[in-house]
Design a binder for this molecule. Structure first.
Ligand SMILES: *Cc1c(COP(=O)(O)O)cnc(C)c1O
Length: 364
């Protein structure tokens, strides 16, 4: 019997919440699956596969070198280990050796977030010691600068909607400090859509997650300068072994990056068009009022914002939507205000019809 939801007793999931790790992040395209299949069905000289896919991606992104890793989290840990060990094989075998004391990683305090795992856990896995700069609500270039010491191994900058946004220094400002003190700058841009900006802004290493904006399989990408990427690659002899990625996903992710650069992601205009019949159908259900709203951070993403009135609360409706199979997951950030948001980036027309039918059953 081939694999399916029933065989394992799993619920089917409609993901109207966005690119969420708790739901498996994203679905992959036919061309990515074909690349994964090619990987699954052949053997390779793995060192060669690793270097040549890296060189291919580096050429696409106009950077010195690149390395595919198993996740952005692995990218953080291995990048930290890389800049601490600086290519020493002894360090790769003994990543936490006391012979190396230059281990401090300066991180704006408002960037020390939990994205599903605390950033500092990944830094510590790489052998780094987090030194926070600034305060919970503010970090300037001076705040960063005053934490630099002879034990500084790197500056780490987290570019994410998870971090504190106000009164934070820009990537360019962090790069300026890093350059002035000859300290490497690592940027975690895991969920960001721009694959060019952060390197150009002066980062030595930039980290992306495979299945978020790029919609690849489970993977991560580190791009950057030649030497530190080589040091990242060296971690395969040490901590990187516990973060190994398979040949299928290396090839699938390489294809996904190329497809992403060629096709981009769905435009806001297209989302608005797809949302029109969806919101119209929802508006015909008692006690629901649907409108189309733009992403609050101003990204080119549009969602259905559904206000719930009457005897049901938004929280009740959210819980009821998750109960059956397919379980419908929504964006819940506004539930306290009586609003449920539907992110349709990974929802097709058939699934939208199922959502409308479920809302109908719940509300009537
Ligand atoms: C998702 C995320 C990560 C981790 O990405 P994985 O590929 O799931 O390990 C790291 N940093 C930030 C800011 C993220 O949003």
């Amino acid at each position: 019997m081939t694999i399916n939801f029933d065989k394992l007793g799993l619920k089917e999931v409609i993901n109207a919440s966005g690119r969420m790790t708790i739901l498996g992040v994203s679905k992959v395209s036919e061309s990515v699956m074909a690349a994964q299949r090619f990987g699954g069905e052949h053997f390779f000289e793995m060192a060669d596969l690793s270097e040549k896919t890296g060189a291919y991606i580096a050429n696409l992104l106009d950077v010195e070198d690149a390395q595919i890793v198993s996740s952005a989290s692995a990218g953080i840990a291995q990048s930290i280990a890389a800049v601490i060990g600086q290519g020493a094989v002894y360090h790769a075998y003994h990543p936490y050796t006391e012979k190396i004391t230059k281990r401090e990683v300066i991180l704006p305090k408002g960037h020390n977030v939990d994205y599903g795992t605390p950033v500092e856990v990944m830094v510590e896995q790489g052998g780094g010691k987090v030194v926070e700069a600034g305060y919970a609500n503010v970090c300037s270039a001076e705040h960063l600068e005053m934490m630099i010491s002879e034990n500084t191994a790197a500056i780490l900058y987290i570019k994410s909607h998870h971090t504190v946004q106000k009164s934070m220094l820009s990537v360019e400002e962090a790069a300026e400090v890093a350059k002035r003190y000859h300290v490497p700058l690592i940027v975690d841009a895991a969920a960001e859509e721009d694959l060019f900006f952060y390197y150009k802004a002066g980062a030595d290493l930039v980290i992306y997650s495979g299945a978020k904006a790029i919609e690849g399989p489970s993977a991560g990408l580190v791009i950057g300068k030649k030497a530190p990427i080589e040091w990242v690659r060296l971690q395969g002899k040490g901590i990187g072994r516990a973060m190994k990625i398979g040949k299928d996903n290396i090839l699938g992710f390489t294809q996904a990056i190329e497809d992403y650069l060629t096709n981009g992601s769905e435009s806001g205009k297209s989302m608005q068009a797809r949302l029109k019949p969806f919101t119209k159908a929802i508006n015909q259900i008692n006690h629901l009022t649907a409108t189309v709203v733009q992403d609050s951070a101003g990204r080119d993403i549009y969602r259905a914002s559904v206000h719930v009135s009457g005897e049901h609360s938004a929280k009740d409706v959210i819980a009821a939507l998750k109960k059956e199979s397919p379980a419908v997951y929504t964006r819940e950030y506004q539930a306290n205000n009586g609003i449920i948001e539907f992110d349709i980036r990974s929802v097709n027309e058939e699934e939208m019809n199922k959502i409308v039918a479920r809302l109908h059953d719940i509300m009537e």
